[in-house]
Design a binder for this molecule. Sequence first.
Ligand SMILES: Nc1ncnc2c1ncn2[C@@H]1O[C@H](COP(=O)(O)OP(=O)(O)OP(=O)(O)O)[C@@H](O)[C@H]1O
Ligand SMILES: [Mg+2]
Length: 589
Amino acid sequence: MPIRILPLQLANQIAAGEVIDRPSSVVKELVENSLDAGATHIEIDIKKGGSKLIHIRDNGCGIPKDELSIALSRYATSKIASIDDLENIMSFGFRGEALSSISSVSRLILTSNTAYQNEAWQTYSEGRDMQVIVKPAAHPIGTSLDVLDLFYNTPARRRFLCSEKTEFQHIKEVIKRIALTSFNVSLVLTHNGKLISKYNAVNHDTKIESRLSLICGKNFIQNALRIDWHHNDLSLNGWIADPNSWNKIPNIQYCYVNKRIVRNKLFKHAIHQAYQIQIRDNNHPPSYVLYLNINPRDINVNVHPAKHEIKFHQSRLVHDFILQSIINALQTNSPTDYTFYLKSIRNLQSAGDNQFIQPVILSINDKENSFLPLSIEKNKELNNEQNSSILKKDINHNINQKNQLPVETFGRVLHVFDSRYALLEKKDSLKLLSLSVANRFLKYTQIFPGKGQLKSKPLIIPILLKITDHKIELINIHSAILNLIGIDLQVEKQHLILRAVPIPLLKQNLKKLIEEMLNYLAHQQNVSIASLTEWLVDQQDDEKSYWNYSQAVILLAELEKNSPQLLQLPPSNLIQNIEIKSVINELHK
Ligand SMILES: Nc1ncnc2c1ncn2[C@@H]1O[C@H](COP(=O)(O)OP(=O)(O)OP(=O)(O)O)[C@@H](O)[C@H]1O
Ligand SMILES: [Mg+2]
């Protein structure tokens, strides 16, 4: 077949497929147009699941008579005028495609009136390329759209429609999603003349919750934790399921970015990761209704014709912000707590400059370094007295060898025995390594301050703790050690503000950890970097009891990188030689 330009109508119908794939996408586009027009009341009447009629009527600003025909043309929009506007979009629509797409696959009647006209006007168009007829009509200020016989001229697509009931369910879902974000707009949905949903406009907080409960169910709102976090241009609000009430909460997942419902993997990932870190349960998908507000310049909404996908320019920053907000909400479990806290710490200078995407590098100068041996000596004495933990036995051995160069590797992992021991082959010898001890060494080296290593990470939202005078004194006494470890705790009046912690501690319930650490410090006579690091390692409650082969390989690679000195003279509780020669001799007996 020779190459030829497709007729305009066919081109439009093909393009329409990307925007309009079923009646619910027509409803979504038309209701979003009404919202963009400032409507506060929208009626949606559906007949036969939307395949016979979709009627949307709003009380928005209306379309002037002389713009009615052009509104149906492709790329006709009043929402952007230049490429720069694309970077600053706050309206739902901006592509100028929806009405033209809908009109190319249906019989469309558009009726509208504005505050500046004496009468309403109506256009009728059937398929694209038909001449649009404009005639006077009766209509109050606002707009009505009647979409009749959807896909009448594209039989293949009409055949793909599901049952009337299923198509209507999709429409109902679209209205629910809109009702969850446009709280100040009333929405009335009918099907075949029967009232199905009615969402009255709400402005007050308590009423917002009643709309939420209408849409997501009473159980959701009664068992949800409220989120309300801000940082510079970013804010995250909404509700997340209280993990203690999994069984009572329906499966609901709605993410909005600047009021637009979105499908965004990063957003979802941050939520799931927060639950995994905090609850360590990935059997239940978390339920949530979350609203992220972000400077429109920091996102790209023009990713897909249906406009439900977006891209964040600073994806790492947004991910970490969502992650930390949810972790904190899950830890705090009490909305009142953080309302107070927000007031006092919002947009702190120290949290600015996107510090949270750059891990802090703790450099230890020579003077600070001289602090180390002293602490280690103290720690040795302490260890002699309390020789209880596995680590304490060999920790000094580990640190004293710190400046020596790495030799090679622990060996090749041949097998993981009993899910806890790695059988290693090195040259001609076989060794058995305890994976749990290796893991503790790794955690130790990740927390213990080292030259030029990435040790701590500022919290996006610092944590506020109320403390007594006695504890303030403790912080002052131990501030040097805390700083070296990377715990940034500052005293402000009767409060402690936690601004950064070593990276491995980020998974902990930090509020609880710091409170327990203060109790620990209060009961210790000698505190050194080593002893505090050990204590912090002991508090990590993610002890693994099962290791598979690849986890063992990754662990050993990390340990070799972080603690090369361990290779030279591995402690006896970490590694043991297997006397293979004596076994061979036995065979020859
Ligand atoms: N209900 C309405 N009230 C007032 N104006 C409307 C309404 N619906 C559409 N319009 C006008 O018609 C124009 C075209 O609408 P259309 O939905 O095709 O494009 P858009 O909303 O600008 O972009 P998109 O294709 O991304 O939705 C809009 O820009 C708006 O000016
Ligand atoms: Mg639109």
